[in-house]
Design a protein around this ligand. Sequence first.
Ligand code: HPA
Length: 267
Amino acid sequence: MSKDPYSLASEAAAALSGAAGLDTFDVALVMGSGWVPAADALGETVSEIPFTELPGFSAPAVAGHGGKIRVVRTPAGRHVLVFLGRTHLYEGLGVDAVVHGVRTAAAAGVRTLVLTNAAGGLRPETQSVGDPVLISDHINLTGVNPITGTTFIDLTEVYSRRLRALVREIDPSLAEGVYVAFRGPTYETPAEIRMLRTLGGDMIGMSTVLEAIAAREANLDVLGVSLVTNPAAGLAGEPLNHEEVLEVGRATAARMGILLAKVVDRL
Ligand code: HPA
């Protein structure tokens, strides 16, 4: 991206508002792999805009990651930007491309961002495959940051305490955990997973942290939810594969959809 990424996001937001016929939006929701089947539960689809029609977006490289923004009106009348797919750092398009959706949502007037992802569980003692876990904090081991320069953003509470409490009112059984991000696209080695357990991580994945940082720069309230799709490498004695990640999403779509629909209407 040669253009200043914030101007490009403003252009994309203007194009999005024009395509959707709406001046502003209330919430943005990024559906990670495994979460896309849950999107249908959110409400009525007002319009769908392929990423390729908006400045600065690229089509997702990964099967199962969608590739469009769906504008949804919830039963309570909120307008939600549902990102069906995201750009990952491992695609090699750079960090600005990874956070372009978040910056576009912020420029389009969104104040609250819900980030979902599929993750390996680092605590099989207490986590089961198919469990949603609220992200309480993160460890960014991607080696990059979406912000360049002397903008010193406070990250004491990246994932809003207030929003987490609100979700636990809806589902008190939800656990919280620390999400660790690696660049990928390889899954981790068992030695890396032992390290991450020692460091205090609870889930491991390849997304979310850069988007959450960009969202805090834009002063959005962030809610993060991981879907545990597998025990992390070496913890179950089986190799990992992407199809398994997608399958868990399909199997839990109804539960995740109902949860997200309730959450969005109470934000
Ligand atoms: N590691 C990294 N990313 C993932 C995993 C994992 O075990 N599962 C789903 N996304």
